[in-house]
Design a protein around this ligand. Structure first.
Ligand SMILES: Nc1ncnc2c1ncn2[C@@H]1O[C@H](COP(=O)(O)OP(=O)(O)OP(=O)(O)O)[C@@H](O)[C@H]1O
Ligand code: SF4
Length: 312
């Protein structure tokens, strides 16, 4: 069974579309891998698989092996170094996006076909050993969710299913939808590891000041109501959008403070060289390390790890 060698399975859920669930999944995956964990990402968002684009691996093709579909390797593991004392864990991705003839196509299958695909996703991908499998789910409490929850609970050992990270935005309308998602977790017996409030305020690209454009704090209030952990706020950062949507390094004006240090501009030639040399890992580490949101994702990831480990 393909899930047998996975230590922790974490679902990333949101009741509403477009709140940044896939973006948060990619960042959690990256932070876990940079902390030395081997990570898999399963993109079950059948209506709009965006994970391959976000990792810059959209044109890759998955192949079949006797043990199942082989996920695409974003980067292999690497030994401890000064910058990553625990080493870097391997990062692999499986998405329906790899199987669609035209990338970007949305899947319009009806319930039973979707349910069958989710089952196959869970049972037929050859993950081998993984510390974490993150599952990016479609928004809502639809057929896919129910089928995924049922299949997970049936195919995985109870101690493997660590729980769910629920993503919301601060606006009341989003939190009302996400409330449904939290109720869904209660009904299906999936533990909520915590709530992330994404797009909470706007980071000015000139001065790095964060301004609350919409209301703020909805996610924290909701977490309190349900008695679950509030994992933190992620502001809107226009550079992050560029990074996540194009797979390119962010471009801050020279002098902007990034991770507490002055950003020195973008070294595009080096980026090209690394790409040519196939140094995907180096490229990713640089790319994401330069993002102003990186420390926030690191903090959220530590809390998720603590919640997972604490619940064993
Ligand atoms: N904190 C952020 N700052 C800037 N842009 C963001 C942030 N979070 C997400 N985005 C952008 O918002 C858009 C929607 O994000 P994403 O695709 O992750 O949402 P989703 O909830 O997974 O959507 P879907 O419902 O399609 O699955 C993307 O273009 C993403 O790059
Ligand atoms: S503080 Fe930032 S967002 Fe506000 S005016 Fe100055 S540069 Fe613009």
């Amino acid at each position: 069974m393909s899930l047998a060698k996975i230590k922790h399975i974490v679902l990333v859920l949101s009741g509403k579309g477009g709140v940044g669930k896939s973006s948060i999944t990619t960042q959690l995956a990256l932070s876990l891998s940079l902390a030395g964990h081997s990570v898999g990402v399963l993109d079950v968002d059948l209506t709009g698989p965006s994970i391959p684009r976000m990792f810059g691996i959209e044109s890759e093709k998955v192949t079949q092996a006797p043990g199942g579909w082989l996920p695409i390797t974003v980067h292999p593991s690497s030994p401890p170094s000064d910058s990553h004392p625990s080493g870097v864990g391997s990062l692999r991705v499986m998405s329906l996006g790899f199987l669609l003839p035209n990338r970007g196509d949305a899947v319009v299958w009806r319930g039973p076909k979707k349910t069958a695909m989710v089952r196959q996703f869970l049972s037929d991908v050859f993950w081998d050993d993984l510390d974490y499998l993150l599952i990016d789910t479609p928004p809502g409490t639809s057929d896919e969710h129910i089928s995924l929850a049922e299949t997970l609970l049936r195919q995985a050992r109870p101690e493997q299913v660590s729980g769910a990270v629920v993503v919301t935005t601060p606006q009341a309308v989003a939190t009302a939808d996400v409330r449904k998602e939290l109720n869904f977790c209660v009904k299906t017996g999936i533990k909520v590891l915590g709530v992330v409030e994404n797009m909470a305020g706007y980071v000015c690209p000139n001065c790095s000041e964060c301004t609350n454009i919409f209301s703020s704090g909805g996610g924290e209030v909701m977490a309190g109501e349900f008695g679950v952990k509030f994992l933190g706020r992620v502001p809107i950062d226009p550079q992050f959008l560029v990074l996540i949507e194009t797979g390119k390094r962010p471009r801050y004006p020279k002098g902007t403070k990034v991770n507490g240090e002055e950003f020195q501009g973008v070294e595009t030639e080096r980026e090209g060289e690394e790409e040519k040399a196939g140094n995907k890992e180096g490229l990713l580490v640089n790319k994401y390390g330069d993002c102003s949101l990186a420390p926030i994702f690191k903090g959220i990831t530590s809390d998720v790890v603590a919640a997972v480990e604490g619940g064993r």
